[in-house]
Design a protein around this ligand. Sequence first.
Ligand SMILES: [Fe+2]
Length: 242
Amino acid sequence: MRIAFITDLHIGLEGEDTYGVDVRANFLNALETARAFNPDLMVLGGDLCYSEGDERVYHWVKARMDEQGIPYEVIGGNHDITALLAGVFYPHYTLYDNCLFFTREIGRRKLLFLDTVAGEISPTQMLWLEEQLASTSGELVVFMHHPPVLAGVPFMDQRYALVNWQEVWRLFLAFPFPIHIFTGHYHVDKVIRRQSVTVYLTPSCFFQIDPHAEPFKVDHYRIGFREIEWDAEGIMTTVRYL
Ligand SMILES: [Fe+2]
């Protein structure tokens, strides 16, 4: 199975200045390059909107995704509003704790999609996640906007880490099978591995953050997305820069 993971689009309203970056063109470029990877599934990793969730942006993104003719899923980030995002992409889903979280089985493989829009994993979602993990025995892939662990990026770790990351991280580490967690949010390219859990942070479609700088510093404006190949041997993944 091939998955293209595109994250942190940060698309503004029509005509809105987004720090001089043409975020719509960036997203369309990423989409076109991702298409050439022949994915079975595309995943948008949250922060679809520039600063705050807006239905107009969600409708624009949905139209672009629908044009691809490739199955896709969407999760929210801290610059989204779950109720609006779900209203456009998942109108028939029930929200719990005002969160959108769900599972997909493709072939016999299980993928989890989590909601960290509020900067945390909500109590109901935590219980659901525990149940999902407990009922899985093979390799598992998880998509969530925030990494569930500190990532050694001082600016982001100190201000914008997942609030209850310790609780969530402890839960993931409690299971012996390989868990692959794909995230955005940090605007960096990084891999963190502890025991059987691997977290893959993916660059954004907006700008990348200097992973060593404190305070904030832009590293560069080259955008990227992640190609994921998942077969019987396991996971092979690489960041594709444009
Ligand atoms: Fe974010």
